[in-house]
Structure formats: structure tokens, C-alpha cells
Design a protein around this ligand. Structure first.
Ligand code: GLN
Ligand code: ZN
Length: 764
């Protein structure tokens, strides 16, 4: 009978108990022994759930105390020198030191795991002398067997992926490092083999990116070494998040491993066309990743069965495993406790636990068919049809309007040069206008007020008047500091996506749909499940109030369509591009409402544009073109004299300046204080022709930057940018900062601006 397999299960727990245990331990509120025993309980509970459902291959060693890349580094004793580690098992304090920093030593860098919202700790190889400190996969295997009688499938991150995602070595040292790591992997695998482990899952998601010839050679070396060293151990070489590149497909499936795991959701068309063109080796098991490990939607089991039948023609039933497309780490735990969602939505969702059920059902349906599961299959199709035909997904008004505006060219009436003149006439801004990115400190008082209001203890009016007081305080302060373009401070918002999602139609909010973002930090993304529609003004009241308190311009503040898209769980029955255009249409109505209410500067934040870049480089251009189009659709209908701003942060932008320019925002503020050099360099190569502010100080630390430091940043930027188009601002929103440090930093920023105005006045 065909078997089912899970690639990894969420560690956070249905009540986020994992997070709570970690944080209690960090706060010194839990003894280490208690900490270990509680984590073990959580881990075993997760294994038991999979066992109870009847999953055949249950992953072990997918659980982590923080992150699986960090676990792998720690297992090999790879610890940055600054933590004074002396070999042996990495103590828990050192482990968390690397992740979170200590008083004496900075944390390692953290970055996104491929194109997901999960962040891993980047291993630092330099100076390390790797040894196998403890065989974690082996311990996890023993634990599952002894406690639950589970014949687990240890999961490890493969050598090529581990190396490629690490830093602290030069390209030319890759092979040296591979030679250092390989014997440790061999030792690990041999110990597993000796223990009687049958299958091990070696994750190599790097295989879906473009590999060069040297990497393909390395792969051969790695897997030939493993095959020779542990000949009876079955290796499932696991890929996910995309298809294997067609150019490498034949080489990869020919590697001497027992099975190849393919993502047949996110890499469906690529992988299937490679299988059709080049076949699948007769001696290997095909891990068919048909259940989406990252999406929250229930699968159409009928479609999946048809796909599996097709695959059974290349890999016979004994050589087919029905799997999740990737680890379930990226979806929430269970829909069971969602009591507030509309039923047509809830019934069409499948989080991790529901996906276990889907796997088992598919396995049964595939092998036996028969009437016992007919009801389940029919219920699945009924639920999917109900959502499809729901009113939420059939807003003719939205669909027709979006069809029309997306067929037009989204263009402002006049080019930037003309608009710039109109805007200068209207605003008469000084050289180097100063502004901020939008939010001001969300003090304990602000958070408290919101809680009281949400609980119903404060009336709407009480809350609104509290918000107005905060706006008053900050408008006065901004005037006192002499900023040129003011903001209202975003006190009424907790989260820049949630705030708009709650005010637009087509969104739903789960009670418990948490997923791990990094370490113990979890996020609960909104769900875009229907057609997005504008209900009424979302930001006009606070913005207009702020503007009424000052003669200086106040910028309206919106979150852009692509950021909302990329930070939500999104419906899959229409393309992401279409959803982006619907969002753009809704937000455009807000832009127009602001303009009609007399707001003449409007910022549409797009910090998450880059996060949506597809893994395959060949698809970048298409994505960027519709992302830019969605931004332009949002902003293009305003008058010449209305100034459109945007803001971007969180990552490198130097290789997408062309797309940024194509957004045609009158002014962009970009976070650069952490990658200033690269950014400046890219402006040497490309001239930027619109208004631009490069963040002149890093808001991620409470430190108050000096006037000199900021002067230095300004001077460097002005080497490559046109002074007439240059703005001065911090590099991101100030929400997480304190009052005093924010005021002091902004005063220094204005001081530095005044010096710059004197210095550059003549040259302009
Ligand atoms: N306007 C938002 C703020 O200032 C921008 C946040 C962001 O860039 N992530 O908070
Ligand atoms: Zn930002």
C-alpha cells in the first residue's frame, strides 16, 4: 500500500505553549530541567498526533529549541568565537546567545528561509573547527521509539544547503568546508544506520535554486560518499518550495539515494514537465509532495488523486510516497479552535492537523478507493464549491471595476518633472526637506488604551479622543523640532496590515492562526479569502484631524497593495496578481478620499515588495512588473500637486532600483543605514530621477545618533544623488522607540540638515 509522509510539523503548539516555555526560561522563570521536560512533552504530543492519524513516516528531529539551522550548526560545534565556547555539547546558554545575543556578544544574523516568512540563524563558519558534538537526529529517533514505539524518520539539513546558507568563508573555500563537514555527516549517518534507522530525510531546498556546475559536482560527491558510507540507510533527498531546475533534473535524480522528494504544489508544473521529459529512475522512490505545506487551503482531493494516478505511471505504487510539499512549520496548527470564521471559509481551510487528515485520506483513496471514503471526498468537494460560490468571492462590482482599471495604463497625468514644479509651487519646501516614516513611539499608555477599547471598557469616542491627544502632542513636538513634513503618528494602528485588513472587505482574521516567524516570535497573518472591497474611508479622520492642528503639511499614511498581499495568507483560486489589483483598487479609493479631504501628501508604504520575489530568477521580471503596476494603480489618479511618497525597508534594494523608479512615486524613503555602502554604490551606477530620502540613521537601536554621524551619511549620499531631490529622514518607522530618544535623535537630524543646507545652498 502506498505510504504517507510528513516533512516536519509545527513546533509552536496549539496554544503557542512552545513560545511560552521558551520565554519563561529566558526570563529566568523556569528551571532548566523543567524547561527540558516541558519541551519534551510538547514534542511527544506532536508525534502522538501524527501517530494517531496514521501517518506512516513521521519526522523526528524537526522539533527545535529555536531554529533548525542553528541546531545543525550547534550539532557540529560551529559557534562564533565571541561566545568563548570551548568544545563539547553546546550549552543551552550559548545556543540562545547565538540566537539572541548576550551582554557581551552580538547575536548571529538572522535571515529569511528561502521565500517564506520563517527566519533562520545564519551559521558563521569562520574560525570554527567542526566536530559532531551530539547526534541529535539519533537522540530524536530513540526518543520516539522508546516513548511511543514510533519508527521515526530523522530529518537533517543537507550539507550543500547548510554550506550555501552559511557565511564566514570565501567562495574559493567552499570545497575545503565541504571536506570538513562531510566526515561529520558520515559519522552521523553511520550511527543512524547502526541504530537500525530505515529512512532519513535530507533536506536540500537549495536544489531548487540555480546551481552552477561546481555545485552539481559537489552534490555528486556528497551523495556518493553517503551511499558508500551507509549503504543500507535509505536517504530521501528532499527538495521543496519550487521545482528542481530542468537543467539539473537528470543529474539530481541520478544521485545514489533511495528516494527523491519533489514539491508538487509550488513546483508542480516544472517538476512534472521534467518527469515527462526525462522520466524518473525505476530504482527510486518518488516522494510526491502533493499536500501544500505552506498554504492554508484545503486540497481538492479529487485533483490530487488524479495527479497521483498520473505519477503512478512513472513510479509504481510501492515506489510512491504521498507527502506534504514541505514542512508544515509554515502553517498554523489546527482550525479546530476557530469559532468565529464564516463557515464557508472555515470549512475550506486546512492547517497542519487537517493536512495530516488529508494525507491519510489520500493514501486510502489511492490504494483502496471504495465507498468508505467516498463521503469524505464528496464533503471536501462540497466545502470547496461552497467557498467558490460564496458572495465573498463573487463581487461583480469589484471584479468589473478591477478588470477595467487593470486594462488601462496606470499613469499620472504628467511626468515627474512637471509634477515636481507643481508640488514645489504648492509646498515651497526648503532644500533637503525633513520628515519621518510614519509611526511614533507606541508607548505602554497607547497599547493600554487600545486594549481598553478592544475589550469594550472604553467607548469609541473615549478612544478617539485619546488618539487625538497623542496626535496633538506629536504635532506640537514635530513643529518644535522644525520638521518640514509631519505625520500623525499611527497611534491607532497595531499592525500596518491588520489595520487595513480589518477595514476592507474580503479579509478574515483567525483567532489562533499563528505561525513561527523567528525564534519564539509568531505572527498571525490575515486571510484574504474573498474579493477585496473598499467599505469607506480608513485613515481620513486621524489624518485630517492632524492636518487641522498645523500649518505644515501632514502626510497621509497607507500600506501598499503588495505589502498587504505578501504579509497575508492569500486565496488561490485567482492569481496573486489579480488579488494585488483588487487591493490596489480598494486602496486607490482611500488615496482619493484623502486627497478630497485636503491631504496633499500621501505615503503608500511598500516594505515587503522584495519578499515576494519568486525563487526562480527567470520569474523576477514578471513579478516586479505587476507589483509596480499595482502600486501605480493605487496612486495614479491624484492631481499633479499631490505628492505621492513611498517607503521601503528590511532588505537590499540595490539590484532593483529600476523597478523602484518605475513605481513613479514623487518621493521614496529607503532604509539604508544598514547597507549604506551598497546602496550608494548602486546610485553611482544608476541615476535616480525622483525625490529620494536615504535613511540617515538606524532606528533599530535606542542609541541617539550624533549630528556628525548624520552629516557624514548626508555627505556620502549627496556624492551620488541630486541635492534638489534629496530628503532627510530616519530609516524606518519609530514605533518601537522611546519618547526621549526619538525626540533627541530627530533634533540632531534637523541640526544636521541645517548644516547641510548651509553647505550645499550655493551649489544648488
Ligand atoms: N509607516 C510605517 C511606520 O512608520 C512603515 C513601517 C515599515 O516600514 N515597516 O511604522
Ligand atoms: Zn520601514
Amino acid at each position: 500500500m502506498v505510504k504517507s509522509s510528513v516533512l516536519g510539523y509545527p513546533r509552536i503548539g496549539i496554544n503557542r505553549e512552545w513560545k511560552k516555555v521558551l520565554e519563561a526560561f529566558w526570563a529566568g522563570k523556569m528551571e532548566e530541567s523543567e524547561f527540558h521536560s516541558q519541551l519534551q512533552e510538547i514534542r511527544l504530543h506532536h508525534l502522538r498526533k501524527q501517530q494517531d492519524q496514521g501517518i506512516d513516516f513521521i519526522p523526528v528531529n524537526d522539533f527545535s529549541y529555536y531554529d533548525q539551522m542553528l541546531d545543525t550548526a550547534a550539532m557540529f560545534g560551529i559557534v562564533p568565537k565571541r561566545f568563548n565556547y570551548e568544545g563539547g555539547n553546546v550549552p543551552i546558554q550559548v545556543y540562545y546567545g547565538i540566537a539572541r545575543g548576550t551582554k557581551e556578544a552580538a547575536a548571529s544574523e538572522m535571515t529569511k528561509w528561502f521565500n517564506t516568512n520563517y527566519h533562520y540563524i545564519v551559521p558563521e563558519l569562520n574560525g570554527a573547527e567542526p566536530v559532531l558534538t551530539d547526534n541529535r537526529p539519533l537522540l530524536a529517533y530513540r526518543e520516539a521509539k522508546e516513548k511511543l514505539g514510533i519508527e521515526g524518520k530523522p530529518v537533517i539539513i543537507g550539507p550543500l544547503t547548510f554550506l550555501k546558507l552559511s557565511k564566514g568563508y570565501k567562495d574559493t573555500e567552499t570545497d575545503t568546508w565541504l571536506d570538513r563537514l562531510l566526515p561529520l555527516y558520515v559519522q552521523l549517518l553511520q550511527e543512524l544506520e547502526k541504530e537500525g534507522v530505515q529512512w532519513v530525510q535530507i533536506d536540500e531546498p537549495i536544489l531548487v535554486t540555480s546551481l552552477n556546475a561546481a555545485d552539481v559536482q559537489r552534490l555528486k560527491k556528497i551523495y556518493e560518499t553517503f551511499a558508500a558510507a551507509a549503504p543500507t540507510l535509505k536517504i530521501m533527498l528532499q527538495t521543496y518550495f519550487e521545482a528542481i531546475d530542468v537543467d539539473n533534473y537528470s543529474d539530481i535524480v541520478a544521485l545514489p539515494v533511495a528516494g527523491i522528494g519533489l514539491d508538487l504544489v509550488h513546483g508542480l508544473s516544472g517538476n512534472i514537465s521534467s518527469i515527462k521529459a526525462y522520466g524518473f529512475p525505476a530504482d527510486k522512490v518518488l516522494g510526491a509532495g502533493v499536500i501544500d505545506g505552506r498554504g492554508i487551503w484545503r486540497a481538492s482531493l479529487g485533483d490530487k488523486l488524479a495527479l497521483l494516478k498520473e505519477l503512478a505511471e512513472v513510479a509504481s505504487e510501492e515506489r510512491l510516497i504521498i507527502q506534504t510539499s514541505c514542512s508544515l512549520l509554515h502553517v498554523p496548527v489546527s482550525t479546530e479552535r476557530e469559532t468565529k470564521l464564516p463557515s464557508e471559509l472555515k470549512d475550506a481551510l486546512a492547517f497542519a492537523d487537517e493536512k495530516l487528515g488529508e494525507l491519510v485520506l489520500l493514501t486510502k483513496a489511492f490504494s483502496a478507493g471504495g465507498s468508505e471514503i467516498d463521503n469524505d471526498l464528496a464533503e471536501c468537494e462540497r466545502a470547496l464549491a461552497a467557498l467558490k460560490h460564496s458572495n465573498a468571492r463573487n463581487r461583480r462590482d469589484v471584479q468589473e471595476a478591477v478588470a477595467i482599471i487593470s486594462s488601462q495604463k496606470p499613469e499620472r497625468s504628467n511626468p515627474f518633472a512637471t509634477r515636481h514644479i507643481a508640488q514645489q509651487q504648492k509646498w515651497k519646501l526648503p532644500l533637503f526637506p525633513t520628515t519621518t516614516i510614519g509611526s511614533f513611539p507606541q508607548s505602554a499608555e497607547v497599547r493600554k488604551a487600545r486594549q481598553l477599547w478592544r475589550k469594550g471598557e472604553w467607548s469609541q469616542e473615549q478612544y478617539a479622543s485619546f488618539i487625538r491627544e497623542q496626535i496633538d502632542i506629536w504635532i506640537k513636538l514635530q513643529e518644535d523640532i522644525e520638521l518640514d513634513v509631519l505625520v500623525h503618528g499611527e497611534f491607532e494602528r497595531t499592525d500596518m496590515v491588520e489595520f487595513f485588513g480589518e477595514k476592507l472587505e474580503g479579509f478574515a482574521f483567525t483567532q489562533n492562526g499563528w505561525v513561527q516567524s523567528y525564534g519564539s516570535r509568531c505572527v498571525k497573518p490575515p486571510v484574504i479569502f474573498g474579493d477585496v472591497a473598499f467599505k469607506g474611508p480608513m485613515t481620513v479622520e486621524e489624518t485630517v484631524y492632524a492636518q487641522s492642528q498645523t500649518a505644515r503639511p501632514v502626510k497621509g499614511m497607507l500600506t501598499g497593495p503588495i505589502t498587504i498581499l505578501n504579509w497575508s495568507f492569500v486565496r488561490e483560486d485567482i492569481s496573486r496578481e489579480q488579488v494585488a489589483y483588487q487591493l490596489a483598487y480598494g486602496l486607490r479609493q482611500e488615496v482619493e478620499a484623502l486627497e478630497n479631504a485636503g491631504i496633499g501628501m500621501i505615503q503608500v508604504d511598500e516594505p515587503a515588495v522584495r519578499e515576494g520575489l519568486p525563487l526562480k530568477e527567470a520569474e523576477h521580471a514578471h513579478y516586479l512588473s505587476w507589483a509596480v503596476k499595482a502600486f501605480r494603480m493605487t496612486t495614479c489618479t491624484v492631481q499633479d500637486s499631490t505628492q505621492i511618497h513611498t517607503h521601503m525597508c528590511y532588505c537590499e534594494f540595490h539590484d532593483m532600483i529600476d523597478s523602484i523608479e518605475a513605481m513613479d512615486a514623487d518621493v521614496i524613503s529607503i532604509e539604508t543605514s544598514r547597507s549604506h555602502g551598497e546602496m550608494i554604490h548602486s546610485f553611482e551606477l544608476n541615476t535616480y530621477k525622483l525625490g529620494i530620502g536615504l535613511g540617515v540613521y538606524d532606528i533599530h537601536s535606542p542609541r541617539v545618533p550624533s549630528v556628525e554621524e548624520m552629516t557624514d551619511m548626508i555627505d556620502r549620499a549627496l556624492h551620488v544623488l541630486d541635492p534638489k531631490l534629496f530628503w532627510i529622514n530616519p530609516d524606518c518607522g519609530l514605533k518601537t522607540r522611546g519618547f526621549e530618544e526619538t525626540a533627541a535623535s530627530l533634533r540632531n537630524m534637523v541640526e544636521a540638515t541645517k548644516l547641510a543646507r548651509e553647505k550645499y545652498a550655493l551649489s544648488v
